[in-house]
Design a protein. Structure first.
Length: 648
């Protein structure tokens, strides 16, 4: 498939502007030859309306030995559809290589084609309805010269005047038609050296008033003017520095005000402009290599040109379009052949008078072919106003450009208006081309390299797609494959959802039914929160139903009247000499023997071993404060040394 690329790589010896419309995009039609090795596209010509194209195929019908007879194919357009109207072949004996050159008049009713085998002849075909037939066969005035008569041909708009180049004889012949009869009316020559190859290329203004004759070995173009009765040389165009092969191709606009001439040896194409009878060089277009200038074409107004470079890009070939606006010529698009094989794309070229279409020949590889391109990039409201029928993003586009990540507007694609390309830069990276279809489906954005939206993909496994709705509701996560979030699931019964904050605040667990954790509840009153240890006087503590903490761990012996609310302490026997607690007599009366007290006379440093109920500073301990299981304070424990003292 032939595709178009940006024209940034062009090297132009001019200040460049950018036009709004361009010859870029998908080809409108590929016109193929009818022979296996016919080299269709060696020559091409398009009528003024871009409705008919004639394609030369000079090597068609090649015999095992000798020259091929050659043929032409005429193609007609209906809307945007092209179809073969007729194939035209030679009829005369010895005529060969028909299609070396071709020309069609403005209305598409007459075609001239050169067959350069032998002395050479030119066939003129006329159309009646959809049928073409030979109208006449024109031969050189002198036989046997073998001047390559028919190497180039050009026809005026009415199909009444014909130029025929004979470059090996350095002549160009003018033929005029009266009715269906053609006759030679003039022979154009110059006083250039005999090796100028005058007539290698010829061009004729649509009104037949001026002719441009290329002489590439002279590196010149000669302009002749018709004054109504005779032809005269108007000017030799040979600007310095001399351009190699200037005149290898020529084309002239409808008013004969501008002409373009190719200089493929210098990889240039020169645009000349006329004021009165004086021609001056207006612009030099150039490109690096590829025989740039081997083929040229110009529109009716002299505002658009096309230049072929058939051996550019590894002899696949390219063609470049230029436009003139406000006196400045600027690039207007580029086409190129495919890759991987030789095509010589751009070996021939022509353009519709209104610059809406171009045709380019690619004669090498197989049957050869010609390719038609429409002009795109003009502003539009709908496709009915576009040559292509495609109005996209407000401009006429080369193709439907229906993918969401593509546009035909240069500001969005970094290309040129009318050329469907992927979005580029920040626009591509932020443009959502596919919305998420589920909570686990990622939305896709465009990329810089693709017109289509990237493949649909799911969010990464582990991505939370549904948050937990409570302490007993587990968050759901994407699995990396499905676009939907897994079904909502609760934590199973028994899973801890709230820890206790104290011995009387039990932990809560999920019930497997509700998303929320059960209400925070305290242990009921009487619930054991600290078991008895088994030690004397240690009892179990129980919750009171109001607080979260277990009551303080206390032994059974309590003294409500004690200052610290703790155990009753008999205290040290600091009351030496007091015998109030010496004990009871055998009959129950109080003993009056103060010395019976074990701690009598003891001082504060030697606690008394009290055999009877403890007393505190001579006071009687309340019954509620006493406890027989209480151990004596560490300081009042009996000592064997103390016993010895008593015995003494």
């Amino acid at each position: 498939m032939l595709r178009l690329s940006a024209f940034a790589i062009l090297s132009l010896t001019m200040s460049a502007g950018v036009a709004s419309a361009h010859f870029v995009g998908e080809e409108e039609a590929t016109l193929r030859g009818g022979s296996t090795d016919g080299s269709a596209g060696e020559s091409v010509s398009m009528d003024a309306s871009g409705t008919r194209v004639v394609v030369g195929e000079p090597r068609a019908d090649a015999p095992s030995f000798g020259l091929a007879r050659g043929e032409l194919s005429v193609w007609v357009r209906s809307g945007r559809s092209w179809s073969l109207e007729q194939r035209l072949g030679v009829t005369g004996a010895g005529h060969a290589l028909l299609g070396t050159s071709v020309a069609i008049d403005a209305s598409g009713t007459r075609v001239a084609a050169g067959a350069i085998g032998g002395d050479g002849v030119v066939y003129v075909f006329a159309r009646s309805g959809a049928t073409w037939s030979v109208e006449t066969i024109l031969a050189p005035p002198v036989a046997g010269i073998r001047g390559r008569f028919g190497a180039s041909v050009a026809m005026d708009g009415a199909g009444s005047r014909l130029l025929i180049g004979s470059p090996w004889s350095e002549e160009v012949f003018v033929f005029d038609r009266m009715g269906a009869s053609w006759s030679r009316s003039a022979t154009l020559t110059v006083s250039a050296p005999s090796t100028a190859r005058l007539g290698e290329a010829v061009a004729l203004a649509p009104d037949g008033s001026r002719a441009a004759l290329g002489a590439p070995l002279r590196r010149a173009v000669y302009v002749f003017a018709w004054d109504g009765s005779a032809w005269g040389l108007e000017q030799e165009l040979r600007p310095a520095p001399f351009r190699s092969d200037l005149g290898a191709s020529v084309a002239i606009d409808d008013s004969a005000t501008r002409l373009i001439a190719g200089a493929p040896g210098s990889n240039e194409a020169l645009v000349f402009v006329r004021a009165g009878t004086t021609w001056t060089l207006e612009e030099t277009l150039s490109h690096t290599g590829g025989e740039f200038g081997d083929a040229v074409a110009i529109d009716a107004t002299g505002s658009h040109v096309v230049v072929g470079a058939p051996t550019a890009t590894s002899i696949n070939g390219r063609a470049f379009a230029f436009v003139r606006s406000a006196g400045v010529w600027a690039p207007d698009g580029e086409t190129r052949g495919g890759t991987g094989f030789s095509q010589e794309y751009g070996r021939s070229a022509d353009m519709a008078g209104d610059a809406t279409r171009i045709v380019l020949g690619a004669p090498v590889m197989g049957t050869g072919r010609a390719v038609v391109y429409p002009r795109v990039g003009e502003t539009c409201i709908d496709g009915s106003t576009c040559i292509t029928g495609h109005c996209v993003d407000g401009v006429c586009c080369d193709r439907p450009c229906g993918d969401v990540c593509a546009s035909c507007v240069s500001s969005e694609t970094r290309s040129i208006d009318g050329h469907c390309n992927p979005y580029r830069g920040a626009i591509a990276r932020t443009l959502v081309c596919r919305a998420a279809a589920g909570v686990c489906d990622a939305e896709e954005t465009c990329s810089d390299l693709q017109e289509v939206c990237p493949r649909d993909r799911a969010l990464a496994a582990g991505t939370v797609c549904r948050a937990a709705d409570g302490d007993c509701d587990e968050a759901e996560r994407c699995d990396g494959t499905a676009f939907e979030c897994p079904a909502d699931a609760l934590l199973p019964a028994g899973v801890l959802c709230r820890s206790g904050t104290g011995a009387c605040d039990p932990q809560e667990t999920c019930d497997g039914v509700n998303a929320g954790c059960p209400p925070d509840a305290l242990a009921s009153g009487g619930t054991v929160c600290r078991a008895a240890t088994g030690a004397p006087c240690d009892v179990a503590e129980v919750c009171d139903g109001a607080g979260v903490a277990c009551p303080e761990d206390l032994p059974m012996c309590m003294d409500a009247g004690a200052p610290d609310g703790g155990l009753v302490d008999a205290g040290p026997a600091s009351d030496a000499g007091t015998a109030s607690d010496a004990g009871l007599a055998a009959d129950g009366s109080v003993s009056s023997d103060a010395g019976a007290a074990l701690d009598a006379g003891s001082d504060a440093a030697a606690p008394a071993l009290d055999a009877g109920p403890p007393t505190d500073a001579g006071e009687v301990v309340p019954d509620s404060a006493g406890c027989s299981c209480r151990a004596a304070p560490r300081g009042l424990r009996a000592s064997p040394w103390l016993a010895l003292l008593v015995l003494v």
